[in-house]
Design a protein around this ligand. Sequence first.
Ligand SMILES: [Zn+2]
Length: 296
Amino acid sequence: MGTAVLAIGCHPDDLEFMMAGTLFLLKDKGCDIHCMIVANGNCGSLEYDAADLARIRREESQEACAFLGAHFHDSITNDLEVFYEDSQIRKVTAVVREVQPDIVILMSPEDYMEDHMNACRLGVTAVFCRGMPNYETIPPRSAYQKPVAIYHALPYGLRDGLDQVVLPHFYCDISSVIDRKQEMLSKHRCQQAWLDESQGLNSYLATMRSMSQTLSRCSVTALSAGGDSSSAAIAVCRAMMCSASRRGVRIHCRSSRPPMLVRVRSMADRSDPCVVPQRVVRSISRLRHEAGSMLR
Ligand SMILES: [Zn+2]
């Protein structure tokens, strides 16, 4: 069986904005991709009532997942009802146990929106509980033992709740798949109508590309300092898969976390190279060094 990847977004379209480029790269490398949306998106419109909007957004998410070639996992709650609480942790843990992912990609722990941060916390704890037989999920799913790597996407807008820029540990070069990422995002047609009214035609697509380009300005020098960008991106992708699928790989984890979480890093979709600050160069160099040692 190939490498299984579980991406957990908060609302419909969060995955498309902040993770989809990396997901396409992983898909192209043969990974089995699963997408879960925690909240059903029922508050994201001025036009539809909650029930209709939840139904529409579910259909759009399913279409977007099909375009990615991913498995779709249903939401568990309404918008603004994403809480770090017992039943939601058990429901997300059930999905983790069903998928048994090698890699989990989550929302950023720092974000402008509480729903997003709570979705992230639910995912972290769900992964933590995956191997505990005494922890019962909703619906019941058996615990399993397997290493997993957690990666956090950047927050929407690339800033935390205090408007501070959030820098990732590394970047995935998604230039080759940026058009597919945009196409996937465009499946969320009801969001286009809503955002167009307030921000202009196709603004949500432009916003996504703009964030990717901003990240590229933060990243690419790193790659040019080390040679060609595509090989660095591939190294990152291979490292993501290796970190989870190879047994006996050197474990990197935060000291406060148990070693069952193999690796917790943040990553970013970025495209279109330009100039990058020096400290990012150092960060990418370190990543490439780590990736190299993991692949040996
Ligand atoms: Zn969201």
